[in-house]
Design a protein around this ligand. Structure first.
Ligand code: 0YR
Ligand code: MG
Length: 372
């Protein structure tokens, strides 16, 4: 199937409340920044990365697709994904200015669109094409109840509702306040409310330094935290290794890493226990698989971060044997032809051909932003 057109797009989708904050970001919209690749038989493949809906930087991503990658794709066979990925990722002049950041996010959008096309051409959902589902049950953990911007009474009420009404058995709470006692009190109140059987992970989004994390972990240990995510600056392998040695709380990270090499560094240093690759940042499915396999070879669990809000990761998670749970944030699901479905705290398997990455016509009509 020859690629005949490469059309980037930007959608800015409003969140389910006016804004949310973690320790490092405050956002009002989620950015779905991607590309439609059309084959000569008329099939369209869609891929996208996830952003904080900042129009100027989103346009750098679509400009990279339009001005750098498009001419490398048009006329090529869309099914030769491995070769095409290398053609784009290793194109000397682009690699020189890129390799991480904008060019890698743009590459992820293209690669996911290629996999969507391939799965559509094969007439099966991506998880089936990759090898079939191995998780008997893909558990969802709820991040959307736990933003740092949620006042503590609402945090407790939302956690209780997620457990008692919606059936979640796993929650994640944001931490990273100026005073660790604020965070400890918030977690303790949730723990009191939901009881010992519900797992509670926390996510620092890279805000604190090592001494702060050490103090926090010592005081948080009785709260039985499932993991401490991004406790320190994203690339600090030695710091995470030191923290991992000092605490019994498992370390999770990976959402800000661009390559398998970074993951290998953390794993070799014993600095990560829950490995969190994100296909929308790693340049696409092939690099994601490299990370998942490297983790699996070390028998570490893989729990992807959902820059795509789970649309594509549900396929990767259902397929890959190192993954038995997946983050859930319900921000953009209404924008897709086949939205993710979570019931009773469990993800449903997608059934339509493709990667569940096709936005609806209504989503384009409502949320598309101009590329220039
Ligand atoms: C909001 N999930 C995360 C969101 C999320 C961030 O800034 O992007 O909290 O990516 O850390 O685990
Ligand atoms: Mg996180």
């Amino acid at each position: 199937m020859k690629i005949v057109s490469v059309e980037p797009f930007i959608l800015h989708v409003p969140l389910n409340r006016s804004s949310i904050s973690d320790s490092s970001h405050t956002i009002t919209h989620w950015g779905v920044v991607g590309v439609r690749l059309t084959g000569d038989d008329g099939t369209a493949g869609y891929g996208f990365t996830g952003t904080h809906a900042h129009l100027a930087s989103d346009r750098l991503i679509t400009a990279c697709i339009r001005d750098c990658y498009a001419e490398l794709l048009v006329g090529e066979d869309a099914l030769d994904i491995t070769r095409l990925w290398r053609k784009l990722a290793r194109f000397p002049a682009i690699q020189w200015v890129g390799r991480a950041g904008i060019t890698q996010l743009a590459l992820a959008a293209v690669d996911i669109a290629l996999w969507d096309l391939k799965a559509k051409a094969a007439g099966m959902p991506l998880w089936k094409l990759l090898g079939g589902a191995t998780s008997p049950e893909l558990e969802a953990y709820n991040t959307d109840i736990g933003w740092l911007s949620i006042p503590v009474d609402q945090l407790v009420a939302g956690s209780l509702k997620a457990v008692e009404v919606d059936g979640y058995r796993r929650l994640k709470l944001k931490v990273g306040s100026d005073n660790i006692m604020t965070d400890l009190e918030r977690i303790a109140k949730v723990r009191d409310a939901v009881g010992p059987a519900v797992t509670i992970a926390v996510d620092g989004n890279g805000k604190w330094d090592l001494p702060t994390c050490l103090r926090f972990c010592e005081r948080a240990t009785p709260l039985d935290l499932f993991w401490f995510e991004e406790p320190l600056w994203y690339d600090d392998i030695a710091g995470h290794a030191a923290l991992a040695r000092a605490t019994s709380i498992p370390i999770a990270l990976g959402e800000q890493l661009y390559h398998a090499d970074g993951f290998a560094g953390f794993m070799d240093a014993g600095a990560v226990h829950y490995v969190q690759p994100d296909v929308t940042r790693l340049g696409g499915v092939s690099e994601y698989v490299t990370v998942a396999e490297a983790a699996h070879a070390r028998r570490l669990p893989v729990v992807p971060h959902v820059g795509d809000m789970g649309q594509i990761h549900v396929h990767l998670a259902a397929w890959h044997p190192a993954t038995t749970m997946l983050e859930f944030i319900p921000w953009i699901m209404d924008c897709f032809v086949e939205p993710i479905v979570v019931e009773g705290g469990t993800y449903a398997l997608p059934q339509m051909p493709g990667a569940s990455s096709t936005p609806t016509e209504e989503a384009f009509a409502q949320f598309a932003r101009p590329l220039a």
